[in-house]
Design a protein around this ligand. Structure first.
Ligand code: PMP
Length: 287
């Protein structure tokens, strides 16, 4: 079966999906994106992802081409056409096609592209083994709350992590961890509280982060929403990351030092189970 992608209202075989040379996404990285997880054929937290997309678009003044109902129907149709029930759906909106000039074009139409990536999320081996992270300086711009398609700093950070034998980079500013290259960063203290950086322009407001905080509150796990340093992370009882395409993943080493005994911790495991239960629960009738 040919891979089908979505481009500007049409479902096309990927070979036929062409974006014009002067697209501002290609020329300037002038656009924003979203990524959402799918489990058992259901989109997880789609409303929150679409809300974040609306916000990212508004912040850079690109009109949202579709309603939430339209976005959802395109996402579901694309997953269906690709036979995907578990994986990741990526969608991006750029300011459109215009002669290269920095000013916003007067009459460009946003370019919308969407694709699927089938992936085992629930049964991912990394969930059992845990992953390694390395810390690198956070070289990004000052509006990390906008989910910009400009990902050069993350490309460099994650490549550096890979070359150091790790699977994710933790970005560091003024000695404090901001977040992962493509994930939210958490530690667990020896007293058993979760520590996560509060929302600000310094990090992306992770949708998985938000759901996880809600779940941990419901089961009475203590939360400290504050910045943490690299040293505190080295000394933590547990560490983990969250993202739409990984849910909750244990981190078992930071900069080559094992986190505690170097095995996924009990609070991380519990949170992953809670998240999986939430993600695979039938959607509420009211949703
Ligand atoms: N921070 C960054 C920089 C990211 O790229 C991502 C993943 N898109 C996240 C955090 C996690 O966000 P979410 O849970 O919404 O996938």
């Amino acid at each position: 079966m040919s891979r089908i992608v979505f481009l500007n209202g049409s479902f096309l075989p990927i070979e036929e999906a062409k974006v014009p040379f002067m697209d501002r996404g290609f020329m300037f990285g002038d656009g924003v994106y979203e990524g959402i997880g799918m489990l058992d054929g259901r989109l997880i937290d789609n409303d929150a992802h679409l809300e974040r997309l609306e916000r990212s678009l508004a912040e850079i003044r690109i009109p949202n081409p579709y309603t939430r109902a339209e976005w959802s129907s395109f996402q579901e149709e694309l997953a269906r056409r690709n036979g995907m029930t578990e994986g990741f759906i990526y969608f991006q909106v750029t300011r459109g096609v215009a002669e290269r000039d920095f000013f916003f074009p007067e009459d460009a139409k946003p370019t919308v592209a969407m694709f699927t990536q089938a992936k085992a999320i629930a049964g991912a081996p990394a969930a059992q083994t845990g992953i390694a992270v390395v810390t690198v300086p956070d070289l990004r711009w000052q509006r990390r709350d906008i989910k910009s398609i400009n990902l050069l700093a993350q490309v460099l950070a994650k490549q550096a992590a890979k070359e150091a034998g790790a699977q994710e980079a933790w970005l560091v500013e003024d000695g404090f961890v901001t977040e992962g290259g493509s994930s939210s960063a958490f530690i667990v203290t020896k007293e058993g509280s979760i520590v996560v950086r509060p929302l600000s322009n310094a990090i992306l407001p992770g949708i998985t982060r938000k759901s996880l905080l809600q779940l941990s509150k419901e089961v009475g796990i203590a939360l400290e929403e504050r910045r943490f340093t690299v040293e505190e992370a080295y000394d933590a009882a547990e560490a983990f990351l969250t993202s739409a395409s990984n849910f909750v993943l244990p981190i078992v080493s930071i900069d080559g030092r094992p986190v505690a005994d170097g095995k996924p911790g009990p609070i991380t495991k519990r949170l992953r189970e809670l998240y999986l239960a939430m993600a695979s629960a039938p959607a509420m009738a009211a949703e």
